[in-house]
Design a protein around this ligand. Structure first.
Ligand code: AMP
Length: 218
């Protein structure tokens, strides 16, 4: 079976860490719009500049820009069979656009994994999050520390705190999530592909529950 997974949950629910593990264990192509925007910005591409203007203001990047980035990404060969979408769709309009893209390819999502957590926990988690400048892997000062301080275990790159992980930005992102992204859960509800996962557990237990949910599909 070709797994096409959408990983959802508020900012700070641990999507990045869970997706890294899923991508490895199930050999999925990771499609993270946030990461694509940051990479485009680092490479000095016009798309990156455009996207960063929204990101710096703590806003969502416009739907038409985001949908186009994903449309092009899905056309690449490595997204043909198995992929994991992380951070997309983030609005109902994006969810509709994704459905259209997949329908054109006679394809559809296998599962929508929704990681459920509470707001206070999210604030704590996000303020401690650090990301590798080189390979983009996520760590946490308390929950997922690196072996050596400020150095990525995987590639030795330097760790940094994303501007949008600062407390005032986190609150703003949570508000945006409630207003714009949460309605997507209703959009997928009723199709029988929505799997709610309790995100208030250890990383390992959350991962185990996601795996269990995926096993019911295969
Ligand atoms: P992330 O790495 O997924 O937390 O994304 C970082 C930032 O990129 C978000 O706060 C948004 O500003 C922007 N972004 C990422 N994905 C999307 C999306 N699907 N729609 C709109 N903006 C996005």
């Amino acid at each position: 079976m070709f797994l096409k997974i959408l990983l959802m949950g508020p900012p700070g629910a641990g999507k990045g860490s869970q997706s890294a593990r899923l991508v490895e264990d199930y050999a999925l192509t990771n499609i993270s719009t946030g990461q694509m925007f940051r990479e485009a910005y680092r490479r000095g591409e016009p798309l990156g500049e455009k996207a960063m203007a929204y990101i710096k203001k703590g806003e969502l990047v416009a739907d038409d820009i985001t949908n186009e980035v994903v449309r092009q990404r899905l056309m690449k060969k490595d997204a043909d069979r198995c992929f994991l979408l992380d951070g997309y769709p983030r609005t109902v309009e994006q969810a509709r656009a994704l459905d259209e893209m997949l329908e054109k390819r006679r394809s559809k999502l296998s599962a929508v994994i929704n990681i459920v957590v509470d707001k206070q926990a999210i604030l704590e988690r996000m303020v401690g999050r650090r990301v590798c400048r080189t390979c983009g892997l996520s760590y946490h000062l308390v929950f997922k520390p690196t072996k050596k301080p400020s150095m990525c275990d995987a590639c030795g790159g330097e760790l940094y705190q994303r501007n949008d992980d600062r407390p005032e930005s986190v609150r703003n992102r949570l508000d945006i999530y409630e207003k714009k992204t949460k309605p997507i859960i209703d959009y997928y509800h009723g199709r029988g592909i929505l799997k709610n996962i309790d995100g208030m557990q250890s990383f390992e237990n959350v991962y185990r529950d996601i795996r269990d949910a995926l096993e019911t599909l295969t």
